[in-house]
Design a protein around this ligand. Structure first.
Ligand code: ZN
Length: 481
């Protein structure tokens, strides 16, 4: 081999090496960058050498500081709910980097949802249709308004103060014109209310109806309300701006009306609690599946104006509203009540299933007592918490406090069943598998003196206890009268 051939051979080798090196580099570089959209959720997929950096932004300056999202991951796909991003055009740009940035790619959120969910414009969330309908109804009840200017602004003095502090309430950046501020002070006086929007003389706390804005006169910075949201500062404006966040659980979904800044409110743990209550109560009822739940959890400020009462209701279609009070109120006082309320309302959702036969029980008080009894049996609330002493109660029901409230009658019957040892898994199983008869309890009152009432009640609880309960009714419910 002459010298020229050797040189040519070396050059060939060098060229092949270079080509290999280039190819190798091409393999190393980020490739196959793609995205898919589901409502507000974007999923990016790509190939390359981890770790990967991801940058999503509203313009094309990929890799520079800022933007909506920076993430580092070792996985070849990355999903993110972009509903937090305030971006009216809904168009986003992104790049993925391993040792170099990919080309800049764009996606546009589609406003379409999978799995029969429906898109909600205000929150950009995908919701079950019945939840979306209910939330629209709640917005109507709260008189939510995007473009209503020049609302009247009443003036209210707190603790005799004179330093102005403006207080505005919003939901998803729209004005809330009906709400209930829960004061933690008694010294409240209305100074001026030109449009008569303050209903501050009602027995059930104070409703505002017709404006989202109040000028409070306060003596000093302080908490004049139930929530930490409402720390008023002299000569400043406090914007109470709620939004709705969704948390998907195993058996259902929860929708929380919270402030955007509420990062410490632990929705993950609450949703896990809902899942475990749903599982145990469906099991106690002997149902073959864990029934789904859809929770709308509202603070007192909005919930009572939107739903009435205490804000805790079974709303039909597996939906329930639970009042969490507000973040501070929840964390300091309301956790146990909140858990008990869910455990109670979820039983109502189970009771509504036609295959249980419970549609034949024609009066609400029995269903109420049963809902509490199951929540208590599973350890989610106590008799004390529902106004009945944990200790043994005397025979009869008319001696109980609040005898005019029909809830008390149902609770009393189940408390007697419990303390006489009849409540167990078999009892609840049979109660949830009634043969389709009717049980007309509408003539019952707290004295239980109506014989038609007690015979129907006897039929119902004898079936559930799988034994004749005549003597129980006579000795425990009627006190041998
Ligand atoms: Zn109830």
């Amino acid at each position: 081999m002459d010298i020229l051939n050797v040189v040519m051979q070396k050059i060939k080798l060098l060229i092949i090496s270079l080509i290999l090196l280039l190819n190798f580099n091409l393999v190393l570089a980020i490739s196959n960058v793609q995205h898919s959209i589901d409502g507000n959720k974007v999923t990016l997929t790509y190939q390359g050498i981890p770790p990967f950096w991801i940058n999503v932004r509203g313009e094309t300056n990929i890799g520079q500081n800022g933007g909506y999202l920076w993430a580092k991951t070792y996985a070849n796909s990355f999903s993110y709910d972009m509903s937090f991003a305030i971006n009216p055009s809904k168009k986003f740009y992104y790049g993925v980097k391993d040792n170099q940035w990919s080309n800049t790619v764009s996606f546009t959120l589609s406003n379409t949802c999978s799995n029969n969910l429906s898109f909600d414009e205000d929150t950009q969330l995908c919701m079950e249709q019945q939840v979306l309908n209910k939330i629209q109804d709640i917005r109507t009840k709260l008189k939510v308004c995007g473009s209503c200017d020049n609302l009247s602004q009443p003036i209210v003095s707190l603790n005799g103060g004179d330093k102005a502090s403006i207080y505005n309430v919003y939901l998803d950046n729209k004005k809330v014109r009906k709400f209930m501020p829960v004061f933690s002070i008694d010294d409240i006086s209305v100074i001026d209310d030109p449009q008569n929007v303050l209903r501050f003389n009602l027995s059930y706390n104070q409703m505002v109806d017709g404006t989202n804005s109040i000028k409070f006169l306060i003596p000093a910075q302080g908490e004049y309300f139930q929530n930490r949201y409402d720390v008023l500062t002299p000569y400043q404006t406090t914007n109470i701006d709620y939004t709705i966040v969704k948390k998907q659980g195993i058996y259902g979904a929860s929708y929380f009306f919270i402030l955007k800044k509420d990062t410490i409110f632990d929705i993950n743990n609450i949703t896990a609690m809902f899942d475990s209550i749903a599982q145990s109560e469906s099991g106690l009822a002997g149902l073959s599946n864990v029934e789904p739940y859809y929770v709308i959890a509202m603070p007192t400020l909005l919930g009572i104006a939107a739903l009435g009462g205490e804000g805790n209701f079974y709303l039909g279609n597996q939906m329930m509203s639970i009042n969490f009070g507000g973040e501070k109120y929840y964390n300091e006082y309301n956790k146990d009540v909140f858990k008990g309320e869910f455990a109670h309302e979820y039983v109502h959702s189970l009771q509504s299933k036609p295959e249980t036969g419970l549609y034949g029980v024609n009066d609400g008080f029995f269903m109420e007592g049963m809902a509490d009894a199951m929540a208590i049996y599973e350890g989610y609330r106590t008799w004390n918490e529902v106004g009945i002493y944990d200790e043994q109660i005397e025979p009869g029901c008319s001696q109980l406090t609040n005898p005019q409230v029909m809830h008390t009658l149902g609770r009393c019957i189940f408390k007697h069943l419990n303390q006489s040892g009849y409540l167990d898994e078999n009892f609840f199983y049979r109660l949830f598998h009634l043969p389709g008869d009717s049980y007309n309890l509408y003539t019952c009152d707290i004295n239980l003196q109506d014989t038609y009432c007690t015979s129907e009640l006897n039929k119902l609880i004898s079936y559930s206890a799988n034994q004749n309960m005549t003597s129980f009714i006579r000795e425990e419910l009627l006190g041998n009268i």
